[in-house]
Design a protein around this ligand. Structure first.
Ligand SMILES: Cc1cc2nc3c(=O)[nH]c(=O)nc-3n(C[C@H](O)[C@H](O)[C@H](O)COP(=O)(O)OP(=O)(O)OC[C@H]3O[C@@H](n4cnc5c(N)ncnc54)[C@H](O)[C@@H]3O)c2cc1C
Ligand code: SF4
Length: 273
């Protein structure tokens, strides 16, 4: 395998991007990702925070102690993974992490791997999605993505600008991807709007180092309130109000997430007041 270390966007020419490698390396090791060329993008992707713009190469560890960013984002970073992983893991890499569905990680030929069934729907789905779980029931694992969606943040890539929520799409028969990122598209920066108040609450199966069972980000932006959830749908999931949780379609052994989501959304909204 070849490892390239470009120092400018102009030098990019294919290959698999790697930043901190906390996701790429395990995927390569487990045969879930193949790469002839790895492209270490640390010399290309900006790092650091300035005037509401965050370099996508900034680590979660740097963001969890960054006083200038909204509370929801700082808290989502602080509650993610472990100190070692936050020290290596970048913001851009976090937004693009793969499904944690155990069938997917064990390389079952499920729909997200291009197959014709969702093994979780028929099998074990205790940690899975309670919204949009028809085709694929995996639960999006990124605390950070939910926070950025609630904040109404925008992304700048080497090709376009988009809202963070536009980075994500539900997989379907024609296209199994859960993001809209094109081949060779590199996330460079995240731009935050002015936020009046924000909060991130997370339920975990232990106190630390755990993916969200349910994560709730709420933000007061431009006089309105925005809410986004982690761990409840194949992509970060936006809801307009707590009543929207009535539309959830949990699988039999995932019903426990619904009262949890109700409690966390209620608490998050109360904290915004
Ligand atoms: C055990 C464990 C527990 C975790 N717990 C949590 C948790 O509780 N909450 C949470 O939110 N996350 C959690 N994570 C995810 C972790 O935060 C991410 O793995 C990390 O942030 C990824 O960053 P990275 O720089 O290491 O990404 P990499 O591994 O380098 O890359 C990840 C993906 O992003 C792509 N990529 C990287 N940078 C860019 C870029 N700038 N533009 C385009 N593509 C890019 C890569 O090609 C790859 O597909 C956990 C991870 C592990 C392994
Ligand atoms: S939930 Fe998604 S990733 Fe998991 S088995 Fe079903 S299709 Fe595959």
């Amino acid at each position: 395998m070849e490892l390239l270390r470009p120092s400018s966007v102009e030098e990019l020419d294919g290959g698999v991007f790697v930043h901190g490698g906390t996701e790429v390396v395990p995927l390569l090791r487990d045969g879930l990702l193949e790469a002839e060329t790895l492209v270490d993008v640390r010399g290309v992707v900006p790092r650091g925070v300035s005037d509401g713009v965050i370099g996508a190469g900034t680590t979660l560890g740097e963001l969890e102690v960054e006083p200038s960013i909204p509370d929801a984002l700082r808290e989502a970073c602080r509650l993610a993974a472990s100190p070692q992983l936050r020290n290596m893991g970048s913001l851009g890499g976090n937004l693009l992490q793969s499904s944690r569905c155990w069938y997917w990680r064990l390389d079952y030929p499920c729909r997200l791997h291009g197959g014709d069934r969702c093994h979780a729907r028929d099998g074990e789905h205790r940690e899975h999605a309670i919204f949009a779980n028809d085709f694929c029931a995996s639960a999006h694992p990124s605390d950070v993505a939910a926070a950025l969606v609630a904040l109404g943040a925008r992304l700048r890539t080497n090709r376009r600008e988009l809202r963070v929520e536009e980075l994500y799409r539900l997989p379907d028969e024609a296209d199994r991807h859960t993001t809209t990122l094109e081949d060779g598209e590199l996330i460079l920066e995240v731009e935050l709007p002015d936020v009046e108040a924000s909060v991130y609450l997370k339920a975990m199966d232990r106190k630390r180092w755990s993916f969200p069972q349910v994560g709730v980000a709420a933000a007061r932006v431009g006089g309105g309130v925005r809410i986004a959830l982690a761990g409840v749908a194949p992509i970060p999931w936006r809801i307009d109000s707590i009543e929207a949780l009535d539309n959830a379609t949990p699988l039999p052994r995932t019903e426990w997430k619904l009262p949890l989501a109700r409690a966390l959304v209620g608490r998050a909204l109360a904290q915004l007041d």
